[in-house]
Design a protein around this ligand. Structure first.
Ligand code: ADP
Length: 251
């Protein structure tokens, strides 16, 4: 039986009595590529914090890998990349290799010496994201899209089973956004990594995601890209709370 990687049941959450999430129910099965969309202030970040155990639901429950979150211990199975990952100081004196190595320090301890096997793992992760030619370049000299690939590699050294990406392509140019999505697609298909991607880019997401969830305080929609594409302008305007222009990508 395939695992349920994330399961939310009847989840409510309020900040100081101001309800932000109400009655949230969904499961993410192993191998899914789930796109999470919604207007600003719709509760996406709060939902991610609940999934990462940084906040506790007021009602309902969160399970990870079929275990109640309170009992879950394998946090190294979960990688997280945010849009803020790439707000690196241009002068930050670390190479791509060093930044990716940092993914291992959480596990083997700060400033411990890396074994040959660890170094091979770092090189392999850098290769997987297509950044081998840049391994010894300073991270601060790379473009936003390249930096995000490096941060994915930093997660990959821990062999994650789930990657959570919070608007990772903000500030990345169009061509590199395409390449970034191709990388995600490859990780999902070839390494069977389950993906949860928060994004505003619904057009490109519908090309790659297997499931789409629309969140605005409550869950408005959960379905596959074909069902999402059949939503009308009125459906989306109701969901976003204002008129909306549909954005589609030509193939
Ligand atoms: P999104 O990520 O979809 O933009 P958020 O989860 O960040 O949405 O925010 C949902 C709502 O909760 C917003 O109205 C926001 O102002 C509020 N909020 C977020 N964080 C806090 C906080 N730490 N304290 C109080 N209110 C918050």
């Amino acid at each position: 039986m395939s695992k349920t990687i994330i399961s939310l049941k009847d989840v409510d959450y309020a900040y100081e009595k101001k309800p932000v999430l109400t009655n949230i129910n969904f499961d993410i099965p192993q191998g899914a590529f789930m796109g999470l969309v919604g207007p600003n202030g719709g509760g996406k970040t709060t939902l991610i914090k609940l999934i990462l155990g940084l906040l506790k639901p007021d009602n309902g429950s969160v399970s990870l890998f079929d275990e109640p979150i309170g009992k879950f211990k394998n946090w190294n199975h979960i990688g997280f990349v945010s849009q803020k990952s790439n707000t690196f100081n241009k002068g930050f004196p670390a190479t791509v290799f060093e930044v990716v190595s940092m993914g291992l320090t959480a596990r083997i301890g700060y400033l411990k010496f890396f074994t040959k096997k660890d170094k091979a793992k770092v090189s392999q992760a850098i290769n997987q994201v297509g950044m081998s030619d840049y391994a010894h370049q300073n991270i601060g000299n790379l473009s936003g899209g390249q930096q995000q690939r490096v941060f994915i590699a930093r997660s990959l050294v821990n062999d994650p089973k789930l990657l959570i990406l919070d608007e990772p392509t903000v500030g990345v140019d169009n061509e590199n956004v395409q390449r970034f999505y191709e990388l995600l697609h490859q990780l999902n298909q070839e390494r069977n990594i389950t993906l949860l991607l928060v994004t505003h880019d619904t057009g490109i997401m519908t090309e790659h995601a297997t499931d789409i969830v629309c969140l605005n305080k409550t869950l408005y929609f959960h379905g596959d890209p074909a069902e999402y594409s059949s939503l009308t302008k009125q459906d989306l305007s109701h969901f976003y709370g204002h008129p909306i222009n549909l954005v589609t990508h030509d193939h």
